[in-house]
Design a binder for this molecule. Structure first.
Ligand code: PHE
Ligand code: NA
Length: 449
């Protein structure tokens, strides 16, 4: 470990950065729309179970590997494998994470671009007095406007790379510390509005009343994948941030805090959105446009809706930015480590390929709609490849690595769970429960069991 490495100055700065990575479009955009597509309650229940038995213990493992390894994910994995007398091929798992993070970023910046674009749409009071159908076609017309899509996603990429190029620490902590609580307040305001729609209980019941007949094997895999996505796991992000974490911090406590906050934000977003869906006779399964139609309807109707709408899309864009930063950081860390180039140079190199991928993703929402490859758009494919394949498999490997390969002494020392019951629960979960659950969900989704 070189002394020139970045390090978070305090426990709080790590918590803020990791929370900023976790909370993002996954909670507010993706969670509601996949919940709507997969039938509600039962899906949410599987998702919550995955957070508890897979996500949280795995996040502890990833932070531990990062902090112990003190390098980018591939090298951290390799050096811990070496320390344990195992094979250096474990670095492949680290690589898979870095690549998954990069791939996700290619569409993440596009959705963040939608959010940025909607700041000005809200500011033009465009939502006021519009019918749900008009607001729906507003969203469609954005998808039909490649210049607009590319302008905003390019801007998001430039801002992300600029911040990362300067070193992730500066500004990030403040943004998260001040703006995340504001975002939370705004979501609670939206939940308040949802309560006035007369369909609040219908929304609550959609989210929390499980109807298991709606739960397919594929839905379970999507719920599992989303547990990884929302906690930024198996993507290099948390492992890399962990490598900047000082030794004195308790990994266990920090992880539980992040898990709770992230889950709360997602559930609140669901509580805000589904009552609006039902009050306006919209389809819960409308897909990726869900929040860009439902929330503007609310902004158009509620008192101070224009200002709330502007603030909401600003906060959402910043939440997306702090997540995007954490997705590219592992690639940057790896390039800097490997080629001894500056962070800025690494960002420039990554920027162009990222931009090309994001162009494909931006245009795929509409231009390619008619000629889907294998029945899916480019966005669908990247999303499925990462969240439903690379992340669960990466998570499986990380669970096995942290509980079977790494020496127990090391994990006892690092995790901050002591050596008693809590540690043993973690170890048992990582050794048996997490791997078995992931394998069962996979086999079930493939209709093998
Ligand atoms: N966790 C982020 C969100 O919920 C997305 C993310 C995935 C961030 C992978 C980093 C790595 O929006
Ligand atoms: Na999240």
């Amino acid at each position: 470990p070189s002394s020139g490495r970045l390090q978070w100055s305090t426990r709080l700065s790590f918590i803020l950065a990791a929370t900023g990575s976790a909370i993002g479009l996954g909670n507010i955009w993706k969670f509601p729309y996949i919940t709507g597509e997969n039938g509600g309650g039962a899906f949410v229940l599987v998702y919550l179970a995955c957070i508890l038995v897979i996500g949280i213990p795995l996040m502890m493992a990833e932070i531990m590997i990062g902090r112990r390894g003190q390098q980018s994910p591939p090298n951290a994995m390799a050096s811990l494998a070496k320390e344990a007398g195992s094979n250096s091929l474990w670095k492949i798992v680290g690589w898979a994470g870095v690549i998954a993070g990069f791939l996700i970023l290619s569409f993440y910046t596009v959705i963040a671009g939608w959010s940025v674009s909607y700041i000005s749409v809200a500011a033009d009071t465009t939502f006021v007095g519009k019918s749900p159908a008009e607001i729906g076609s507003m969203f469609e017309s954005m998808l039909n406007d490649p210049t607009r899509l590319l302008t905003w996603s390019t801007l998001v990429i430039l801002v992300t790379l600029f911040i990362v190029g300067k070193g992730v620490k500066s500004g990030l902590e403040k943004a998260v510390n001040i703006l995340m609580p504001c975002l939370l307040v705004l979501i609670i305001v939206m939940v308040g509005y949802a309560m006035t729609t007369g369909h609040f209980m219908q929304g609550v019941s959609f989210l929390f009343n499980p109807d298991f007949s709606k739960l397919s094997g594929e839905s379970m895999l999507i719920a599992l994948g989303h547990a990884f996505f929302t906690l930024s796991l198996a993507s290099g992000a948390i492992m890399t941030y962990g490598s900047y974490l000082p030794k004195s911090v308790s990994i266990a406590k920090t992880t539980i805090y992040i898990g709770i906050v992230d889950t709360a934000v997602a559930l609140l977003a669901g509580l805000a959105i589904f009552p609006i869906v039902f009050a306006n006779n919209l389809e819960p399964s409308a897909g990726p446009g869900l929040i860009f139609v439902t929330l503007p309807i609310a902004f158009g109707q509620m008192p101070f809706g224009t200002i709330v709408g502007i603030l909401f899309f600003i906060m959402l864009s910043i939440a997306a930015l702090t997540s995007a930063i954490s997705m590219i950081e592992p690639s940057v860390a790896r390039l800097v480590e490997r080629f001894k180039i500056s962070r800025f140079k690494a960002c420039t190199l990554l920027g162009f390929s990222l931009w090309l991928l994001s162009v494909g993703s931006a245009l795929s929402f509409n231009l390619w709609k008619e000629e889907k490859l294998f029945g899916k758009t480019f966005f669908d494919m990247v999303d499925h490849l990462t969240a439903n394949l690379m992340m669960p498999l990466g998570g499986l490997a990380i669970a096995i690595f942290s509980a079977w390969i790494i020496n127990k002494k090391v994990s006892q020392e690092e995790l901050g769970l002591g050596k008693g019951v809590m540690y043993n629960i973690w170890l048992f979960t990582m050794r048996f429960i997490t791997p078995i659950c992931i394998v069962i969900v996979f086999l079930n989704a493939l209709n093998i069991i």
